[in-house]
Design a protein around this ligand. Structure first.
Ligand code: GLU
Length: 300
């Protein structure tokens, strides 16, 4: 069913300028919102203030506007919301525990390595800090197997089952540098913005079970999820600032259309060439709708 009640969002981290990879996620979430006659919200995920680049959030907004991607409502900035993340962590009660381990100790005692390369915490501080140790971070306890299973249906990937203890372990809610972790912030904010549909890159597919676990603990609704393949370079690495993705700085309408066309192609939309932004949008919205139909990605 396509109808009202749909609220989508794009949530870039302003750690640098938007690039071709970020535009793929932006375009997918924007088109999905438009096809569903829904709202498209923006959230600047500057929760990790240590990595935030001054001016990158405002530049991202300006670029989206130039590309004709107009958002609904007020933009939400995570850096202003630490008190809400703190309150949510407080509601998790004794499932949250202080961890005194440093990076080296976590790596040395790891129980496994997650699919995304992250170290799975061995649970050293689960039953209390050893005498003389100071808290560095806050972690969330996950259930032991077999009670750690989280299943969901991704609109692109289909049925996904994760095992939190095996795949993530007790994960960080507040980092040693004092910032609230992405996993907590994203759950609090998706709920507060009443997001019904999360459309984002599939590099975050592995995070989704942790987010659903948090939603369940906080009695928050779980949105629908659609993870689109992220752009990768010739080495198979995620296209990102770290792997050298250049900033998107379209000089005029032709370059703006070119950037959108490239993103649409990455999403498999197969549009005919066009020169004007208005023509691009006129073709892209129905093309996304057709693709949802072909994939059966709209079953509710
Ligand atoms: N801020 C994240 C990123 O830029 C996206 C988070 C999300 O969509 O949930 O990769």
């Amino acid at each position: 069913m396509r109808g009202t009640g749909y609220i989508g969002r794009f949530a870039p981290s302003p750690t640098g300028p938007l690039h071709a990879g970020s535009l793929v996620a932006a375009l997918a979430s924007y088109l999905d919102a438009r096809v569903h006659h829904g709202q498209w919200l923006l959230r600047i995920e500057d929760v990790d203030e240590g990595r935030t680049v001054a001016g990158a959030g405002a530049a991202a907004l300006a670029l989206l506007a130039r590309l004709g991607m107009h958002w609904d409502g007020e933009v939400l900035w995570q850096s202003a919301r630490a008190a809400l993340y703190q309150a949510a962590a407080g509601r998790l009660g004794p499932l949250v525990y202080p961890c005194g381990c440093n990076r080296r100790e976590i790596a040395d005692s790891r129980s496994a390595i997650a699919a995304d390369g992250a170290v799975i915490y061995a649970g050293t501080c689960r039953h209390g800090l050893a005498p003389g140790r100071a808290a560095r971070s806050l972690r969330l306890r996950v259930p032991e197997a077999p009670f750690d299973r989280i299943g969901f249906v991704d609109r692109f990937a289909g049925a996904v089952t994760a095992q939190l203890a095996r795949d993530a372990g007790d994960f960080v809610l507040k980092r040693a540098d004092g910032y609230w972790a992405y996993q907590l912030a994203v759950v609090v904010d998706d709920a507060e913005q009443a997001v019904s549909d999360v459309v984002r890159g599939d590099d975050l597919l592995d995070s989704t079970a942790r987010q659903i676990y948090l939603q369940q603990l906080l009695a928050l609704p779980t949105p629908r999820y659609l993870h689109v393949p992220v752009l990768r370079n010739a080495l198979g690495e995620k296209y990102s600032k770290q792997t050298g993705a250049p900033a998107l700085t379209p000089a005029g309408q032709a370059e703006a259309v070119g950037a959108l066309m490239a993103a649409a192609q990455a999403l498999g939309l197969g549009l005919s060439p066009c020169a004007r932004l208005a023509d691009f949008w006129r073709a892209a919205v129905p093309a996304w709708a057709r693709q949802l139909d072909v994939r059966g990605a709209d079953a509710r």
